[in-house]
Write a protein that binds this ligand. Structure first.
Ligand SMILES: [Mn+2]
Length: 229
């Protein structure tokens, strides 16, 4: 399919008002656009389950891809009682998400199951070639020199600087995971690196942070504004 726009939205982390702000700005048209959500719907915000449930609903729609982030992985590990990161979910923002989930579970006894199924079904990356250009979307990044289908789950969800510094792929790589202001002080807009990487986590949980969306075909950027919703 020839999409008019290929949109990606970065880390949300439970900031539903910022999510709505940017989402309304892009006027997503599922008949013409593709929308990729880069993961990290939950943790560190005040409306974590609202963002998660929004992603769950969106993932049912045509032309929406909702990827898994490391925070969803930590949550899955926590409830599955296995995996390397099960013990660090609660101190990394999971406590608030857990309380919100428990409130939902009081009204819906299948809530936990629905959330865990949703997380399990999330792909770790999405690749598309269009008009001779290749795009790879994933939450964190890729280990340089290794094909995407051979990347480990650990890498796709957690890698940072090794990817940003040494990636030399021809595919354009669109990632969240590291707030841009960790790389450049006070930076709250996406960063387009020279080596084909777009960094889209603009710190949604910081006081001055934003949630950002980019159309990878035109490189147009939309960002949330505060105090609208
Ligand atoms: Mn994140």
């Amino acid at each position: 399919m020839n999409y008019e726009r290929i949109l990606a939205i970065g880390d949300m982390h439970g900031n539903f008002s910022r999510l709505l702000s940017v989402f309304h700005k892009i006027h997503f048209n599922p008949e013409k656009d593709l929308l990729v959500l880069l993961g990290d719907y939950i943790d560190r915000g005040s409306e974590n389950m609202r963002c998660m449930r929004w992603a769950m609903e969106m993932s049912e729609k045509e032309n929406v891809i909702a990827l898994r982030g490391n925070h969803e992985q930590m949550m899955l590990d926590y409830y599955s009682l296995k995996g390397a990161y099960r013990e660090i979910w609660l101190p990394n923002g999971g406590s608030a998400t857990k309380r919100e989930l428990e409130a939902w579970m009081e009204k819906d006894s299948h809530a936990l199951e629905k959330v865990l199924d949703f997380i399990r079904q999330r792909p770790l990356y999405y690749r598309i070639a269009i008009n001779g250009s290749e795009f790879i979307f994933c939450h964190a990044g890729l280990k340089p020199g290794i094909p995407v289908e051979e990347q480990s789950e650990e890498t796709l969800l957690w890698i940072r600087n090794e990817c940003y510094e040494y990636y030399t792929g021809t595919a354009k790589l669109i990632v969240g995971h590291t707030p841009t202001e960790y790389l450049l002080p006070n930076r709250t807009t996406p960063i387009f690196l020279k080596n084909n990487i777009i960094l889209l986590d603009t710190g949604s949980f910081f006081p001055e942070g934003r949630i950002s969306c980019v159309d990878v075909l035109s490189r147009t950027v939309w960002q949330s504004d505060d105090n609208i919703y």
